[in-house]
Design a protein around this ligand. Structure first.
Ligand code: SF4
Ligand code: SF4
Ligand code: SF4
Length: 276
């Protein structure tokens, strides 16, 4: 009985953490939006963990759709909040600590110290679409073109800096259109790369500028999949089902592609010895 109750602790903790952020931001910023926003995300993530505990096959996809669609459609298209990286630069330059900057701070800069690249596995609206493509596990060896992410990162920074330096008017409106055009470009490039490299997550591995934040921060992540060496029989199944080419049997922080882990739990679900 105690054990069956214990397994429900993690969704409860996640809910409490998100609710604490929701209430703190609501009261400090005197804006009801934060209460709604973080409560919704917390409930979605907790529901996903609950479904995972109940062994529902598509638990992660449910969270991805609940959070990803909310961000893309409600925050992006309806509320005109550019949550892409150029939106982050824009709000940072204007000194406004609002939705996009808070979103980056929580999900992509400081949050990964706790939950690694959980954002990439459960919330990103780009990956939400890419994960529907046929190459759930890469069919080709990894390419050495990860440097592209630094170019896209720099391009976003230069783009927004140029708008400010040139004192262009109505940047807010430009940001909205940058969000639309940027998303279309991300989906187009992401889908093309997935088919070219036979890997749904090729965009994440080589192009996504946000990984410039995500990778170094998630190196220190508290939440990690670890291997119980005494149970592992070195069958290699975990590596074969990993979408991100992580060597999860190595418990060191320097494990191969360790900062790519999106906590999708495919390795855990597929380990025949429950060693993960
Ligand atoms: S790497 Fe980028 S595109 Fe991929 S899931 Fe993470 S944030 Fe989204
Ligand atoms: S799937 Fe499990 S048993 Fe097989 S190598 Fe991975 S951790 Fe070890
Ligand atoms: S399969 Fe395991 S190691 Fe690979 S990304 Fe998912 S959780 Fe991380």
């Amino acid at each position: 009985m105690k054990q069956s109750c214990n397994k429900y602790i993690s969704p409860l903790i996640i809910l409490i953490v998100f609710e604490s952020v929701a209430v703190t931001l609501w009261l400090t910023k005197k804006n009801l939006f934060y209460l709604f926003n973080f409560s919704y995300i917390g409930l979605s993530v907790s529901l996903g963990i609950l479904l995972f505990i109940k062994k529902y096959k598509h638990a992660r996809r449910v969270v991805q759709l609940l959070v990803g669609l909310y961000m893309l459609v409600y925050l992006g298209l309806i509320c005109n909040e550019n949550m892409q990286i150029e939106g982050f630069w824009y709000y940072l330059f204007t000194g406004v600590f609002e939705a996009a900057t808070i979103h980056y701070a929580v999900a992509k800069i400081f949050g990964p110290l706790i939950f690694g690249r959980g954002w990439c596995g459960y919330a990103c609206w780009t990956a939400m679409v890419l994960d529907f493509l046929p190459y759930k596990v890469p069919l080709q060896p990894r390419k050495k073109i990860g440097w592209i992410r630094y170019i896209t990162f720099a391009a976003s920074l230069v783009f927004v800096s140029a708008l400010f330096l040139a004192k262009v008017g109505n940047i807010e409106r430009i940001m909205f259109w940058a969000f639309i055009v940027g998303n279309i470009a991300y989906y187009g490039i992401g889908i093309a790369l997935a088919f070219l490299f036979k890997d749904n997550r090729a965009f994440c591995k080589y192009v996504c500028p946000i990984t410039v934040f995500l990778k170094p921060m998630s190196y220190f992540s508290l939440m990690r999949v670890k291997c119980k060496k005494d149970l592992c029989v070195n069958c290699g199944k975990c590596k074969r089902v990993c979408p991100m080419d992580v060597d999860v049997t190595d418990n060191s922080r320097k494990r191969k592609n360790g900062t790519e882990c999106i906590l999708c739990m495919e390795c855990v679900k597929n380990c025949p010895k429950n060693a993960l």
